[in-house]
Design a protein around this ligand. Sequence first.
Ligand code: ASP
Length: 312
Amino acid sequence: MTHGLTHLLGIAPLSAAEITMILDLADSYVDLNRSPVKRSEALAGRTQINMFFENSTRTLVSFEVAGKRLGADVINMAMQTSSIKKGETLVDTALTLNAMHPDLLVVRHPHSGAVDLLAQKVNCAVLNAGDGRHEHPTQALLDALTIRRTKKRISGLTVAICGDIAHSRVARSNLILLKKMGNDVRLVGPPTLIPPGLDAEIHHDMATGLKGADVVMMLRLQKERMDGGFIPSEREYYYRFGLDAAKLANAKPDAIVMHPAPMNRGVEIDGDVADDLTRSVIQEQVEMGVAVRMAAMDLLMQGRADTRGVMV
Ligand code: ASP
């Protein structure tokens, strides 16, 4: 298969055809992951280093599981105890690692743009596992795979992305992907949490924002990125923007509920809605995450070598 994927830094650089190619390959990895022996040799002999400069539980585990199931040698760097703490710059760390000939760096960083910078300094593939409030491409791809498998299509849908849009890389990557694939996207939240200039219908009221939606995507209130008072109180926020059964009733009767996790129950989503398996696909999102990451890493490695191990 020939394609132009050398890094995966965001959804913005991808074409609709490339997105479809990743999702199609991910479908086959879903089958592999559901079989008793979860093993492919696609990354055998390859070295994958996970560099997470920001706390993560599920995403780090998901990348580790994905790499191991593809047969890669996976190393998790503990960035909390790394030389970064001794004052080494991100670029110096990257150059040091680069000298060890990794094939793939999976990087999460609190600053928007840091992963792009790193990608310019190394000659292996770089996969952005979330940079600041910029992009989180594998989250948007796993969300797209979840939607496509549930709704049987990934175009012509009305998707309401709700909550803390301003601080969310998940919202940004999803907005770009869903528009590229031909969906109507609404952003729903308080004016303080929706930045201007985004290419979507904006709603400040859950009832109108969710009306007739096929997909309701809730976001975590990202307090760690807030440097002031964006909401009057969590109680008030839940009352106006927290997803409960009454607000969900505005969406289509078969609308699905999504959340990238970690969830704040009783803040952006009611626990009963999150746990209602007739509507909530939150666990499927986690499952699809491993498959999408396997597909993305497989394609990155295919794009990097004409024969195994020879960089192009
Ligand atoms: N896990 C997602 C992220 O890393 C969403 C979140 O943290 O709320 O952006």
